[in-house]
Design a binder for this molecule. Sequence first.
Ligand SMILES: Cc1cc2nc3c(=O)[nH]c(=O)nc-3n(C[C@H](O)[C@H](O)[C@H](O)COP(=O)(O)OP(=O)(O)OC[C@H]3O[C@@H](n4cnc5c(N)ncnc54)[C@H](O)[C@@H]3O)c2cc1C
Length: 527
Amino acid sequence: MTDVVVVGAGSAGCALAARLVDAGRSVLLLEAGTDHRRPEDFPATIREAATMGAAVPGHPANWDLTGELTDGVRWPVPRGKVLGGSSALNGTYFIRATREDCDGWAALGNDLWSADALRPAFDRSEADPLHGTTGPLPVSRVTDPHPITDAFTAACLELGFPAEPDKNADAPPGVGPVPLNVRDGVRVNAAMAYLSPRRDSPGLTVRGDSPVVRVLVEHGRAVGVRTADGTEHRAAEVVLSCGAVGTPHLLMLSGIGPADALRAVGVDVLADVPGVGADVTDHPDLYVTWSPTRRTPMPRGMLPLTTALNTPDHLEVMPWLKPFSKVMLSRSDGHALSGLAEVLRRPGATLRALRGTSPAKVWQQARTRDDLYLGVALQAEDSRGTVGLTSADPSVQPRIRYRYLSTATDRERMRRAVRLAADLLGTGAMAGLVQGRTDLPDDVLADDAALDRWTRAHLATAIHLSGSARMGPAGDPGAVVDQHLRVRGVEGLRVADTSVLPTVPTRGPAATAVAVGERAAELMTEL
Ligand SMILES: Cc1cc2nc3c(=O)[nH]c(=O)nc-3n(C[C@H](O)[C@H](O)[C@H](O)COP(=O)(O)OP(=O)(O)OC[C@H]3O[C@@H](n4cnc5c(N)ncnc54)[C@H](O)[C@@H]3O)c2cc1C
């Protein structure tokens, strides 16, 4: 019998499966999306790090979910549905959770997840001249001069923020280059890094196009999973790595979750675990758009996102070097137009993906698609969202409610973040480059109530979902897994992805997701 079935070949699932195989386990890795065996087999839209065409609604590698950012504001939520998961279509910002993040998780009763305990997992994942040097994921920083990054960096220094040349160094937060998982212009996703080199390993079986619809539980123990075609895959242990939406969804479809909510949609309850789908955290974000006084260089292949300002109060501001219209459209050597154009060839799929989202917000983004912008985000929100089951039919997406800015503290911090972005655009350092803000009038900026309304109209999400099956000690009623990632109430079942993080990292979670996979393998194979 197979030792372990891992469900979901995303950032965490790929790392976990690979390390389990290295430790001598037989692993069946089941992925809902398409399998691509070698790095060169991935389509250009996914490989090309300079663009994010697969994140556009309607792309086949995208789950095309919809979430409610706040009451009445619905927005597309892309997630990767392909080998590599969300790492195959993300922004390639690949940074460690901070020491404060990890030690915060440990302080909640998860000492196996302190910064010191997690460091070997990060080190093992990275090939970074500054940190772990021998791992499978390349980490690099772009330090080439560019008028926008240079002016933005000078603006941050002008406002008194320190330089932060290595954002993984546990130094005080400031402005500096972001670590990126890019090599030779290619977005190196977790499947390329961890699975491709092991595809001939007898211990590893990878199956794409295999959505799992249920965890099979007998006498309180997980014994395998069932895929949508009805096939049962048995294994000694089951690990869910379906991501922060897919994992709570699959748990609930399998009868593991808040009992009343499961019964309400006709699912028989196997284990009443109230924390499944609760305590979701992410990074609410938005864009402050601006027009330049002159054309800035945008050569093909230029990465859109190379620098970030992080502040001690957990705000993040990032200058994008290209407008959305260029980031979402890729034109690759030897290929026809891809990305947006590829999607526009399937208008039906795109329209279906956008159905139910707020038309005014979609229009607002379309209207400003050629502007430049500063991305502004809250990195440690107080608000909590939910992922809830609305149907026992696995093909119906769960309801994602972010409940963004539902606390006064978050609203106050978001105002501060927007004003910080405006201040940066107004510095002497940026004066020669910035003609003006294009969509944020002074009177709105000056008035709290008006700015809150503006924020609501411009709100978006960084798609960094975490915490929907979070870990915690025995006495924690909201915990879904213990710190060994074992699901409460069911033997032989674990979760390994960003669902387990008690809070979203205050940096992008992609590197942490991989580290969760690495750490899960350690915990599963230690004697
Ligand atoms: C568009 C976008 C841009 C982003 N940009 C950044 C960035 O620049 N930096 C950063 O740090 N983070 C970024 N993120 C977030 C980051 O990529 C994710 O947090 C991280 O990849 C999540 O890893 P994971 O393993 O938890 O889940 P995922 O990587 O999403 O993997 C889950 C996998 O499970 C599969 N799956 C789900 N359900 C099932 C099922 N029932 N059966 C079988 N398979 C299933 C999915 O298809 C997927 O392959 C971005 C995310 C998106 C979507």
